[in-house]
Design a protein around this ligand. Structure first.
Ligand code: AP5
Ligand code: MG
Length: 221
């Protein structure tokens, strides 16, 4: 299965991606996480992307496509994937379709986690992420607090607020989402693979909705 999660910042893409990857044994391809790991380890890609990401702008299609295709090739194109945060421009969407089509592959379903601005601001201002390499620790000071404040439950690493989670940067990321990424909804609707999901739902309620959807679509046995 090749599944894509689209949604504004704070829609819960990363949160639900982790659950689906475990449930369906998918490879989690989250471009934001890969870029942040490159920034932490100071690679040439990380140095190029740092300022762009911290200001809430998009990294160029060329850099992101190349990074994603290398990642897919390293695991194998025929594997199951969960794409989180990629594609997020029409250019990236077309490039991914072409890349997969050349290998006889395609996306099976796209979930649009439409979420209200009020909840987005609440979720992102309270989010804390783990700084340890490879750890996907993602907490919320009220919704999903870590057992010890500032310490990751998964690895004991330090939890911090993301630099792009300041209120003014969140607003800018939302504008970028509306301008650059929302046109993808029509693109995938025309392919008949887009499914509208209420991103305001609680985590278990949203999982119930998508469990039913995956059964209807016969994506899981
Ligand atoms: P990225 O890291 O992908 O950020 P984003 O798309 O802005 O989304 P977020 O990660 O902020 O939100 P999320 O939907 O994953 O929410 P989460 O599950 O954490 O990208 C960052 C930057 O990298 C971009 O701005 C860009 O610069 C660059 N980039 C990345 N991909 C790119 C691309 N393809 N092209 C160009 N540039 C790219 O949830 C948020 C919080 O809410 C958590 O604390 C969670 O615990 C809580 N929560 C989540 N869901 C619920 C729920 N249902 N109920 C209660 N709490 C919830
Ligand atoms: Mg995320």
């Amino acid at each position: 299965m090749k599944l894509l999660l689209i949604g504004p910042p704070g829609a819960g893409k990363g949160t639900h991606a982790k659950i689906y990857c475990k449930k369906f044994n998918l490879i989690n391809l989250a471009t934001g996480d890969i870029l942040r790991a490159n920034i932490r380890s100071g690679t040439p890609l990380g140095q190029k992307a740092k300022e762009t990401i911290e200001a809430g702008n998009l990294v160029s299609d060329e850099l992101v496509n190349q990074m994603v295709f290398e990642e897919i090739k390293s695991f194998g194109v025929d594997k199951g994937y969960l794409f989180d945060g990629y594609p997020r421009t029409l250019g990236q969407a077309k490039a991914l379709d072409d890349f997969l089509a050349k290998e006889g592959q395609k996306l099976d379903a796209v979930l649009d986690l439409a979420t209200s601005e009020e909840l987005i601001m609440f979720r992102l201002s309270g989010r804390r992420i783990c700084t340890s390499d490879g750890c996907k620790g993602n907490f919320h000071i009220t919704n999903m607090p870590s057992k010890i404040e500032g310490v990751c439950d998964l690895c004991g690493g330090k939890l911090v607020q993301r630099k792009d989670d300041k209120p003014e940067t969140i607003k800018h990321r939302l504008e970028t989402y509306e301008k650059e990424t929302m046109p993808l909804l029509d693109y995938y609707r025309k392919q008949r693979i887009l499914h509208d999901i209420d991103g305001d739902l609680s985590i278990p309620d949203l999982q119930d909705v998508t469990d039913k959807l995956f059964e209807e679509l016969k994506l899981v046995k």
